[in-house]
Design a protein around this ligand. Structure first.
Ligand code: NOJ
Length: 565
């Protein structure tokens, strides 16, 4: 198969836009769709093949837009459906595909269907669209099960009606995000219409939020108690009542049929990428079996420590598992949910995606994914993040860039509590730092906030005083900037016949804690993770390096792409 007849999604570079923080065209302090339209030339010059737009729907913003009040409209905060159509048209004119977020696990508590369910009362068809249950204990005053919310606290909220407290409803995330009941066929039908609404408008694909959590065990069994929280375990284990249940198979096959029907009618391809934290890898692979989803995020790279052996094992594990079923492996270094890669790699311990704030409570030792708020060496982190970007783009399969990664933006770790917005911060009494620090609006130009994000309106989250050198304008003409590195690397990636989809072969030619693989024809990628500089392989010419070489040697935490004889 040549690069021209290979499906685009098998090796696309996808740029994630978090609309609230991307570009503020109407100067109200919040990003918007018109801002996205105006920055499409930037994205084209960056060299991405597609964008994924985080939720742009009407939303009370209890969880940054992942609380959807209307699935078939655009939030007035961000613009209008006409703006969205313009964005789609302008992106497509530039050859950029558009993926948007589909949020099928839960809606906003202001969604008309949930409001109707609240007023219709127990036992009604309206309530059967959600998980309403009587409470346990005397007077039903205790939650129906011990399930814990992913954002902290119970996963059940009690309804208080005109006659006082009554049933409870399930929310795996914030109480403002009631879970849909996927055991009710009306829910599936509702989402069929939503999917078609956007596919008909020309959206090329959907990123499925919480794709592993839609189906629930309708016997509602308790989960094993975490002795330290007293709540049932919300993290995945085989047989969990809400993670990766067998019912997902039929849901995903049905969606795949809908997507395939567009290609069959000559309307172009439509695709899905799942957000899923399912483990082990074998279980995740079920999602991308033939007839199910096209791709699924693989967060292993994001979680992997910056260490040669771990990285190589992680890459191999994923390539082997995906190749066995013919699906491409996605590569992700960051997104709007985790601490930015520059900061993660600048910590004394790498390989943990989230930050704790304050004193961690005892029970959080169970959550291996959180690191303590240790000091960050930003220069070290940036050097490693640049090397990691070259590694990511050299691997076979689609690569995702979270907005601002191409600028080397660090996490904003010192946001004052009063500006924070993330429910996970509030629901853990500030013990988890939450995700605001990676969502700070982008710096485009100028020497002080709002750095061209808007004209002069104060951005919805404050930008650091030290971001002038990190703006797009500041990095634009600088050949050594992270932006130039990304542009150059993506240009090579798109032109080089060895890059994109395909296979790789490891080489041990360069000894030490080094990752070195080759791809045919004539390409090599070497990342030096050892403490000493290493030599280039024999006869290799450098195509691009993530940092300066020293006397022809590749320094520590540096990656090079090579033209091989
Ligand atoms: C995953 C999204 O990426 C995250 O931002 C959101 O809070 C949860 N799903 C719930 O929708």
């Amino acid at each position: 198969m040549t690069s021209t007849d290979r499906p685009w999604w098998r090796d696309a570079v996808v740029y994630q836009i978090y609309p609230r923080s991307f570009a503020d065209a109407n100067n109200d302090g919040t990003g918007d769709v018109q801002g996205m339209v105006e920055r499409l030339d930037y994205l084209q010059s960056l060299g991405v093949n597609a964008v994924w737009v985080s939720p742009w729907y009407p939303s009370p913003m209890a969880d940054g837009g992942y609380d959807v009040a209307d699935y078939c409209d655009i939030s007035p905060m961000f613009g209008t459906l006409d703006d969205a159509d313009a964005f789609l048209a302008c992106a497509h004119e530039r050859g950029i595909r558009v993926l948007i977020d589909l949020v099928p696990n839960h809606c906003a508590n202001t969604h008309p269907a949930f409001r109707a369910a609240l007023s219709a009362g127990p036992g009604s068809p309206e309530r059967s669209l959600f998980h309403f249950r009587d409470g346990s204990g005397p007077d039903g005053a205790e939650p129906p099960t011990n399930w814990g919310s992913l954002f902290g606290g119970s996963a059940w909220e009690r309804v208080v009606g005109p006659d006082g407290p009554e049933q409870w409803y399930l929310h795996m995330f914030a109480p403002e995000q009631p879970d849909w009941n996927w055991a009710n066929p009306a829910v599936a039908e509702f989402f069929d219409d939503v999917i078609r609404f956007w596919f008909d408008r020309g959206v090329d694909g959907l990123r499925v939020d919480v794709a592993d959590g839609l189906a629930k065990d309708m016997d509602y069994p308790d989960t094993p108690i975490d002795p330290e929280t007293g709540l049932g375990q919300a993290t995945f284990y085989p047989g969990h009542p809400w993670w990766n249940r067998p019912e997902l198979d039929a849901i995903q096959r049905h969606w795949r049929d809908i997507a395939d029907s567009y290609a069959e009618r000559g309307l172009g391809e439509r695709i899905f990428v799942c957000e899923s934290n399912v483990k082990p890898l074998d279980a995740l692979m079920r999602f991308v079996e033939p007839g199910r989803m096209h791709t699924t995020f693989n967060f292993d790279m994001l979680w992997c420590e910056w260490e040669a052996g771990s990285l190589r094992a992680m890459i191999d594990r994923n390539l082997v598992a995906h190749a066995a079923i013919g699906a491409p492996t996605t590569w992700v270094l960051g997104n709007h949910d985790c601490t930015r890669v520059v900061t993660r790699y600048g910590k004394p311990e790498t390989g943990k995606p989230f930050t704790l704030a304050g004193t961690p409570p005892e029970w959080l030792h169970r959550f291996a994914e959180y690191f303590y708020p240790l000091p960050t060496d930003a220069a070290l982190g940036r050097r490693r993040a640049r090397a990691a970007a070259l590694l990511e783009f050299a691997l076979p399969g689609p690569a995702y860039i979270y907005q601002g990664e191409e600028l080397g933006l660090p996490e904003v770790e010192d946001l004052p509590d009063e500006v924070r917005d993330d429910p996970s911060f509030f629901r853990t009494n500030g013990r988890i730092a939450g995700r605001d620090g990676c969502r700070v609006p982008l710096p485009w130009s100028g020497t002080r906030s709002p750095y061209g994000f808007g004209v002069d309106a104060e951005p919805w989250l404050p930008q650091p005083a030290a971001w002038a050198d990190l703006s797009v304008a500041a990095q634009d003409g600088d050949p050594d900037s992270t932006l130039s590195l990304y542009r150059h690397a993506l240009a090579i990636r798109s032109a080089h016949p060895a890059l994109g989809d395909g296979t790789l072969a490891w080489s041990d030619e360069v000894p030490g804690h080094v990752l070195y693989f080759t791809r045919e024809p004539g390409f090599g990628c070497l990342v030096n993770l050892s403490a000493e500089p290493v030599p280039l392989p024999g006869g290799a010419q450098v195509l691009i390096a993530s940092g300066p070489l020293e006397d022809g040697l590749v320094p520590t935490d540096t990656a090079v792409w090579l033209d091989l004889p």
